[in-house]
Write a protein that binds this ligand. Structure first.
Ligand SMILES: [Zn+2]
Length: 310
């Protein structure tokens, strides 16, 4: 069998007068077809690659923009954290000062820093920064926020505790008798003395201060009136209870009582007028201080005026 012969016939469009015939081998035709297919495939690949590159570039651009946005947010959070940390520090300073002033135990740094973790090693930080700087920033912000929250919670609890203690100390001092109950001269001190009416040595359970009739009598500390009325030798008398200080004060031989039983009184408030009711030889105040029911020398509770803080 002879090889098939491939002929390429070229015709002009103007006339059929000229017909050219050229011989083209099968190898040439196959080569042309193969090269054409390969070319088309290559072109396809090129288009695909260019498109992918474009998409990837756009992705990178988008990611960069997202990252910039995130970094801005992180910067804002960092500033916020810094500001809040400063506020906590000034609260800690304030608390330390108040604790010192009221003789309360200071909070140690160990307690304040409890539960606040250490920072990652610098090597870890370098590796992490290379991997994803935004992630590192975000992680550090997260840690800072968590630490801030723990410190704020601790601060809240220590301040609440301190404020309760301070107010109980203040209550105690407000309820502790500390001023003169009236103006006048001391006619009889606390302790054993010759009793003018009984005519013998007797224990005097209070302090006598004499002045003219109706000299104002003041409550010597904050408290609640437990008794206001007539009571045997005391005549017209008032007993004020100072519960926080576990004390009582007694004001006797009064001319007029200006408060009622059960009423709250403040230190310095005028509660009565001086008189000579009950067993008395002249207008004076009989003033007693009792601690847990025991009679104490009232003089030892009267502070110099410049020491009284109201
Ligand atoms: Zn007396």
């Amino acid at each position: 069998m002879s090889k098939p012969e491939w002929n390429l016939v070229l015709l002009t469009t103007k006339s059929f007068s000229k017909v050219r015939k050229a011989y083209v081998s099968a190898i040439t035709i196959f080569s042309v077809i193969i090269f054409s297919v390969a070319g088309l495939y290559g072109l396809g690949r090129l288009v695909w690659f260019t498109t992918s590159l474009g998409i990837a570039k756009f992705g990178v651009y988008q990611a960069r923009r997202d990252n910039e946005g995130l970094l801005l947010k992180i910067q804002f959070l960092k500033k916020f954290i810094l500001k809040e940390e400063q506020r906590i520090r000034s609260l800690v300073d304030f608390e330390d000062r108040v604790r010192l002033q009221y003789g309360l135990e200071p909070i140690s740094n160990d307690v304040r820093m409890a539960g606040i973790g250490g920072k990652p090693s610098s090597q870890d930080m370098i590796i992490a920064t290379l991997l994803d700087p935004v992630l590192v920033h975000a992680e550090s912000v997260k840690e800072n926020v968590e630490s801030l929250l723990r410190r704020a919670q601790l601060q809240d609890s220590t301040l609440t505790h301190m404020s309760k203690k301070v107010s109980s100390i203040q209550n105690y001092w407000n309820q502790r008798p500390s001023i003169w109950p009236t103006k006048g001269r001391i006619t009889s001190p606390f302790g054993y003395r010759f009793h003018p009416i009984e005519g013998q040595n007797m224990f005097h359970e209070g302090l006598d201060i004499a002045n003219v009739h109706q000299t104002p009598i003041h409550a010597t500390a904050d408290g609640v009136v437990r008794f206001a009325g007539n009571r045997d030798f005391y005549g017209k008398a008032i007993i004020v209870s100072h519960e926080q200080a576990e004390m009582e004060t007694v004001y006797a031989h009064l001319d007029r009582i200006l408060i009622k039983n059960g009423q709250h009184v403040k230190r310095g408030e005028v509660i009565a007028l001086m008189g000579s009711t009950g067993r008395s030889t002249g207008p004076h105040l009989h003033y007693e201080v009792r601690v847990n029911g025991r009679h104490m020398n009232p003089m030892s509770f009267i502070l110099p005026e410049d020491v009284i803080v109201d």
